[in-house]
Design a protein around this ligand. Structure first.
Ligand code: NAP
Length: 295
């Protein structure tokens, strides 16, 4: 008989707002079924004023742990008893493991990104990385890649009210990791083309191209060659217009689904010490998304 929910079943979940669209419950519950972990994983849409109380509940209910998404990653970091090296560098957490009332914080986004590249035979070690966007996902990738041996990271961001502060913070990460990290104006076309020429991996970490938005982070591909790998963190759609343009030119591309599943697999492992079967899960989600597109 298949095991059902019992008095021994543990609870885990994701805390964010909004969160109902999240694929995390599907990823973790799939993992529990495949690896025989007696647990259930739910999505908790929590208001800002209730966030800290929710973390207390994680301890009270002896939960395996929780994933944290926007807008609570920084608040969660502040509430943890200890955090991993990369989470400390980023300044936020996306995974909390609960052990005997202690909250241990991690950030698996950057490693998820690196694993998704590895799966396609792309390594970040010794490479020159170009990142379009400097938000939460970009920052996690920058910190993890800097810690794991990327040679140089060029970041492009709009010259708005947060530019100066971002520049200071990136310089601090560069100093701590002894990696060359430089911030540039997103709208400086000449600089962008100069940087493309010396980059190995180009990453879109903006929302440009997500869902119904058919904009591209840049559309001048004159300096993009088959030596480059283009990565779009977006997974809805699986092939953005930007990736399609690169695919049509025969350039290697990677979408954001691998990063999503790998960051989830890393969080799953931290909470359960089991390995989530990533390959079959990726295939299932891809099929599901293709089906949705057809309907
Ligand atoms: P975020 O913190 O809001 O950062 C978004 C970044 O995009 C900011 O740097 C912002 O620029 C830039 N941006 C937004 N609109 C822009 C525009 N019109 N022109 C130029 N730059 C623009 O978001 P995030 O959490 O980092 O997510 C970024 C992307 O990664 C999203 O598409 C998200 O879906 C994807 N993502 C994927 C995964 C995955 O597992 N595959 C995980 C996390 C995120 P300013 O700094 O100038 O405001």
């Amino acid at each position: 008989m298949k095991q059902g929910i019992s008095g021994y079943t543990r609870l885990a979940g994701v805390i964010a707002n909004p969160i109902k669209h999240s694929l995390s419950p599907m990823i973790h519950n799939y993992g529990y079924q495949q690896t025989g972990v007696d647990a259930v994983y739910l999505a908790f849409e929590v208001e800002r004023q209730d966030f800290l109380q929710t973390l207390e509940t994680v301890k009270l209910f002896n939960m395996l742990g929780v994933n944290i998404s926007m807008p609570y990653k920084k608040q969660a970091y502040d509430a943890c008893d200890t955090v991993s090296e990369v989470a400390a560098l980023i300044g936020n957490v996306n995974t909390i493991v609960q052990k005997k009332g202690q909250l241990i914080g991690y950030n698996t986004d950057g490693l998820g990104f690196i694993e998704s590249l590895k799966e396609k035979d792309v390594s970040i070690e010794g490479k020159s990385l170009m990142i379009l966007g400097a938000g939460g996902a970009a920052r996690a990738i920058i910190c993890q890649c800097a810690l794991l041996g990327t040679k140089e990271i060029n970041v492009f961001k709009r010259k708005n009210e947060t530019y100066k502060q971002q520049e200071i913070e990136l310089q601090e990460i560069a100093r701590k990791t002894q990696t060359m990290i430089v911030l540039h104006d997103f709208n400086d076309d000449d600089k962008r083309n100069q940087v493309i020429e010396k980059s190995d991996i180009i990453v879109n970490a903006t929302q440009l191209g997500m869902g119904e938005d058919d904009r591209m982070p840049f559309d001048d591909f004159s300096k993009v060659t088959k030596q480059h790998v283009l990565v779009d963190l977006i997974y809805h759609p699986l092939e953005t217009r930007w990736l399609k343009k690169a695919n049509d030119k025969g350039i290697k591309t990677i979408n954001g689904l691998g990063m999503l599943v790998h960051q989830g697999a890393l969080a799953f492992n931290l909470m359960t010490q089991k390995d989530l079967p990533v390959k079959s899960l990726l295939q299932d989600i891809e099929q599901l998304m293709e089906k949705k597109k057809e309907n």
